[in-house]
Design a protein around this ligand. Structure first.
Ligand SMILES: [Ca+2]
Ligand SMILES: [Ca+2]
Ligand SMILES: [Ca+2]
Ligand SMILES: [Ca+2]
Length: 286
């Protein structure tokens, strides 16, 4: 009996240990200071596709395989550049085979008549935008197109933006982020509720938002907002920490502007001083 009790404690400790070691992704939103934003794509069925730059599909049960342009770090696992994002017309994206799964609107959706599923790489800063313009399958051809998107950045941030839900029966079958050790529900109203309350809202899945892992005086949420690298204290490599850098993505001038002005004043002053000494010219002022 005693050995059974010890065994039980052992298993509890093991499972608690596993729990602590698991991912610490959190879901951030409006109350955390994340304001609504919309990236959008070119969203045209008429444009030529370029793999890894701009791809699309439309219809019912459509898919796009979009190669990641850069490595994507998710909770200690790196999905290398070229890993396919498997994007479904039913409102979801999976990162690599068996990787993190994000459902922005988990429903049977259709873009057969209008809209589509558009994926585009954007730069400055780097991100991949996955945009859906779609109706529910039941309301196909009713002209009630809903727009929402998932935006990934190279540092593991996964953002969901809802632009518009016009359908009257936009039920959600359970949306959110699922991965090993991660299960975060996204649907605002209930686990399987209606989504009309979601327009003009943004939601962010981020690893350990309060952590400043690279000791640059900017926590991971701050790094996300500044588009800086949470694993590099000086993203633009100009000698100024991300948390102190007024332009953390733009390297500072080799000689700061104030120093340059001081130098010019000094040179002008010396020239005029020599002139005065030699020819008693006017006294300089700077
Ligand atoms: Ca930091
Ligand atoms: Ca940093
Ligand atoms: Ca810097
Ligand atoms: Ca800078």
């Amino acid at each position: 009996m005693k050995s059974l009790k010890i065994l039980s404690i052992f298993f509890v400790l093991v499972f608690v240990g596993v729990g602590q070691a698991s991912a610490i992704y959190e879901l951030l939103g409006d109350s955390d200071g994340l304001s609504y934003g919309w990236e959008g794509t070119r969203a045209s069925r008429l444009l030529a596709e370029t793999p890894g730059e701009y791809q699309f599909d439309y219809g019912d049960e459509a898919n796009v395989s979009f190669p990641l342009p850069w490595a994507f770090d998710f909770d200690g696992t790196t999905y290398p550049a070229g890993t396919n994002l498997i994007v479904s017309s039913d409102g979801s994206v999976r990162i690599g085979t068996g990787g993190p799964f994000v459902a922005a609107w988990n429903a049977d959706l259709s873009s057969h008549f209008q809209g589509g599923l558009f994926v585009e790489r954007k730069t400055g800063p780097e991100r991949v935008v996955i945009e859906w313009q779609t109706e529910t399958f039941e309301l196909a051809a009713m002209g009630q197109v809903n727009a929402f998107e998932v935006v990934l950045n190279p540092y593991g941030a996964i953002r969901v933006n809802y632009k518009a839900f016009d359908g009257s029966t936009t039920e959600d079958a359970g949306s959110g982020l699922t991965a090993t050790g991660v299960n975060l529900s996204l649907t605002a109203e209930s686990p399987t509720g209606a989504v009309p309350g979601m327009p003009q809202t943004s939601h962010l899945f981020l690893n350990d938002p309060q952590l400043d892992g690279d000791s640059d005086q900017l926590d991971n949420f701050g790094e996300y907002l500044a588009n800086t690298n949470p694993g590099n204290p000086d993203t633009d490599n100009d000698g100024i920490l991300d948390g102190q850098d007024p332009d953390p993505l733009i390297p500072a001038e080799a000689v700061p502007a104030v120093t340059m002005l001081t130098l010019i004043c000094l040179i002008v002053g010396m020239v005029l001083w020599f002139r005065r000494e030699g020819r008693m010219g006017p006294t300089p002022s700077c």
